[in-house]
Design a protein around this ligand. Sequence first.
Ligand code: ADP
Ligand code: MG
Length: 326
Amino acid sequence: VFEPNFVPMRMPHREREMNAIADNFGKMFIGSSPKNEIIYGKSGTGKTAVIKFIGRELKEISKGKRNVEFIYLNCQVKDNAYSIIESIGNSIGGDQIPFTGWSMDRVYNTTKNNIDKWNGNVIVVLDEVDRFVIKNGDDLLYQLMLMNSELQNSSITVVGITNDLRFSEFLDSRVKSRLNEEKIVFSPYSVEDIYDILTDRLKLSNANNFVNEGALRLISTIASQENGDARKAIELLKGSIQIAISNKENSVEERHVFVAKSKIEYDAVAETLRTMPLQTKVLLLSIALLKESGAIQATTGDVFEAYKNLTGSAGLPTLTLRRITD
Ligand code: ADP
Ligand code: MG
């Protein structure tokens, strides 16, 4: 239950947002189609968990009543228009679309025909949609809007999720007005909100009595200072429990939280360093060496000299002063 993609059965402090989304989707049960919508909110405010939760409920409720297909796609995984439209077309049934090789027109038309023959409502969730649009532009969104207007017996609703509050500014006006029909903002959690989320999550685990009150309060405070991010809070809780367990202690206390926090921060820095390009690593090493040799302040020129010595002795190509300055 502490894993990042776990979807809980209850989501405290998101009732208002859930009701707004559910009201919109509920329109399909009274004969009209739901509006397209954009969900905004910073990282860790529960956007992904809420939409997955609602998708799960929707599948339950619509059983035997209506053809409803809820399709969740993360745009970092499905990062091109072909694979997104193909996924939609194939999840309905009907003619199968190969995962590569067809023209976009053929994929589009087959998907459209599959949906129309099936006679129902499709909800397509595009999570982290801003990343898709930055990379590929908003043509895909336009095509999905167009598809909806061409459908005779079915409807397709697009839900975009983004961390970027300025997302709709990047959209072409023909897409913007259609996608922005409904807009829902997830605000950051307060200390108390996070505290409730953590106690709720703990109840689902078998570590309920293992974590003391002070530790929980501390985690909630730290997470609320970091943008009210529930993901960080849960990660910190998990880390604190792991540390207490590996120290063979009987309860999780504040001191475990501090250790877990610095371990998480250390791991994040270590990971960043590990994945840097080689030249960046060498540059960083030269700065570290300068500092180690007692330099209190180093100019770009000093850094470049140190860098040149390193690349020279390691037999690596030396980038220009200009590149290093950049
Ligand atoms: P976002 O998509 O906005 O970045 P997530 O939906 O991934 O955030 O939430 C991050 C983590 O916090 C997930 O593990 C999620 O289950 C949990 N979470 C967020 N909000 C709540 C809530 N209101 N109740 C319970 N768990 C929550
Ligand atoms: Mg998310």
